[in-house]
Design a protein around this ligand. Sequence first.
Ligand SMILES: Nc1ncnc2c1ncn2[C@@H]1O[C@H](COP(=O)(O)OP(=O)(O)OP(=O)(O)O)[C@@H](O)[C@H]1O
Ligand SMILES: Nc1ccn([C@H]2C[C@H](O)[C@@H](COP(=O)(O)O)O2)c(=O)n1
Length: 234
Amino acid sequence: MQGSTEGIVIAIDGPSGSGKSSTSRGVAKERGLRYLDTGAMYRALTWWMLDQGVDVSDAAAVAALVDRPVLTMGTDPDAPTVAVDGRDVAVEIRGKDVTDNVSAVSAVPETRERLVRTQREIIAAARAESEGIVVEGRDITTVVAPEAPVKLFLTASAEARATRRSKEVRTTDVAGTQADLTRRDALDSSRKASPLTRTADATELDTTGLDLGQVITLVVGLADAARSTVTAAE
Ligand SMILES: Nc1ncnc2c1ncn2[C@@H]1O[C@H](COP(=O)(O)OP(=O)(O)OP(=O)(O)O)[C@@H](O)[C@H]1O
Ligand SMILES: Nc1ccn([C@H]2C[C@H](O)[C@@H](COP(=O)(O)O)O2)c(=O)n1
């Protein structure tokens, strides 16, 4: 269990489009915490590989280069940033090319070793310097921060997720959007290295019938309860 002298860690996992980023940012803003989007880190590494002309279906080629690019993550929930070798790639990492290839890069064990190491460094710095951090991704509750006092597995029906994402990217092709989310979930859940899974001690929160404000309020409540439990125990 984490002590109150250091900031809290709130770990959130879940499938694509379940609301991890929006919820995490909202909670971090409400409680003055830092925010880390680990998916953006996998996307940034994928962008760099593609930019270098690396064949990302070749795991050995990806593994040989994972330590090359310098990733810099800004953890202010009001303005999170992601840079590769000093270049802001916030827009580029949301492109179709990166989205189509990020699961392949994420499945390479060396990719995960490198990024998990960096994520733990960012978490440790945030805990030392602030009230704590909300971290979201696919393996935060299981691998990156299994000791976090708040562990959530966010879900929503595939239809709800596709409808939300279609609205966000302004497409009427909800079926196509759903197929893309489902394809990525299948890859991320079936890979050998740290697949997306819910552990027994993570609270599952199905947000299908809830709006974003309601989800944020629920998670803030869980975070406040965890903080007061840790403080009372010391
Ligand atoms: N509870 C909710 N109700 C309605 N819309 C929501 C809710 N939660 C998130 N959204 C919206 O759904 C879309 C997807 O949310 P978000 O990007 O936070 O999901 P994610 O799990 O981080 O996705 P990814 O894993 O693909 O990065 C966004 O447009 C967001 O505003
Ligand atoms: N902790 C994480 C975070 C992300 N990934 C991979 C798998 C996702 O498909 C991809 C992009 O993430 P998103 O921006 O959709 O949250 O990155 C992972 O393997 N582990």
